[in-house]
Unconditional design. Structure first.
Length: 282
């Protein structure tokens, strides 16, 4: 009996081998045409996976978010998704659910048609339209909004919590650096987006959208307090005071950034269209 195994050529990397998997790239020997069943199976496997990263991260976000952040920053990386990965998944789930039920009470599924500003027929109007459309694009896209907000909050949190430290694997007690602050803020955004996803079906109840938006707004502040209280193991009162300080520092910081950005845009405008008086109808 001929027991010689058939030589297979990998469709992915071109390597010739015998067996069920390519030893070079790991792809299966048999690749079928894409069908809905395979797509759903791949999606479930990428979310849950054999290491349960999604489940572990989701569980700790719901039960012990501050401890999750501290453990991740201390080096426990293999059992958790990083916050950007988790945020992308939750935003995707929210978008799919919003499409299925046909409602988006939190306004993050995309820029509404009535919010898109036409370019206009003059350079001044085109400049204003560009600025407004950029702001609307960030505001009405939850993923970009969370990332943008996280970036603007890095410095305020770094300043307000500069004296708070967490232990490191080598035994040192160090404050969070800028990247660690950004990751902490993104985990908080994951909690906010997860709540929005969970309460989204209730938006089908007539007149509930205003209440749901209020719940989401108040919960956002509560999530922040919970994360930083658990992260630094501090009292509620101290955590509240620090976050109030963050708010005022953030206001000043955003004003400075806005002046710098609009100044840069105006400088670019004058370089392109000259230094004539710019008349803008806001």
């Amino acid at each position: 009996m001929d027991t010689e195994e058939k030589i297979v050529k990998c469709l992915n990397c071109g390597n010739e081998y015998t067996g069920n998997f390519c030893p070079n790239c790991g792809q299966k020997a048999k690749t079928k045409r894409l069908k809905l069943r395979e797509i759903l199976a791949d999606l479930a496997n990428s979310i849950i996976g054999g290491d349960n990263k999604f489940v572990n991260t989701l569980r700790d976000l719901c039960c012990r978010p501050g401890h999750l952040v501290r453990e991740y920053l201390q080096g426990h990386r293999s059992k958790f998704y990083n916050p950007l990965q988790m945020l992308i998944w939750i935003v995707t789930i929210y978008a799919v659910l919003s499409f299925v039920i046909g409602n988006d009470p939190f306004g993050f599924a995309g820029v509404p048609a009535d919010k898109i500003v036409p370019k206009g027929d003059t350079p001044e109007k085109a400049f204003v339209a560009f600025v407004r459309n950029t702001v609307n694009f960030i505001s009405y896209n939850k993923l970009y909004y969370s990332v943008f907000l996280g970036i603007t909050l890095i410095v305020p949190y770094r300043i307000a919590f500069r004296k708070q430290k967490i232990s490191r694997p080598d035994g040192a007690e160090l404050p969070l650096n800028y990247t660690e602050q950004f990751y902490t803020i993104l985990y908080e955004s994951c909690m906010e987006m997860l709540l929005a996803t969970l309460i989204l079906p209730f938006s089908l109840i007539k007149g509930s959208e205003a209440i749901l938006n209020e719940i989401n707004s108040y919960a956002d502040f509560l999530f922040t307090l919970i994360i930083y209280k658990q992260l630094y193991c501090i009292s509620w009162w101290k955590c509240i005071r620090r976050n109030v300080a963050v708010f005022f520092i953030w206001l000043v910081y955003v004003v400075v950034i806005a002046i710098a950005v609009f100044g840069l845009l105006y400088a670019i405008y004058t370089l392109i269209y000259g230094t004539k008086e710019m008349k803008i109808d806001l």
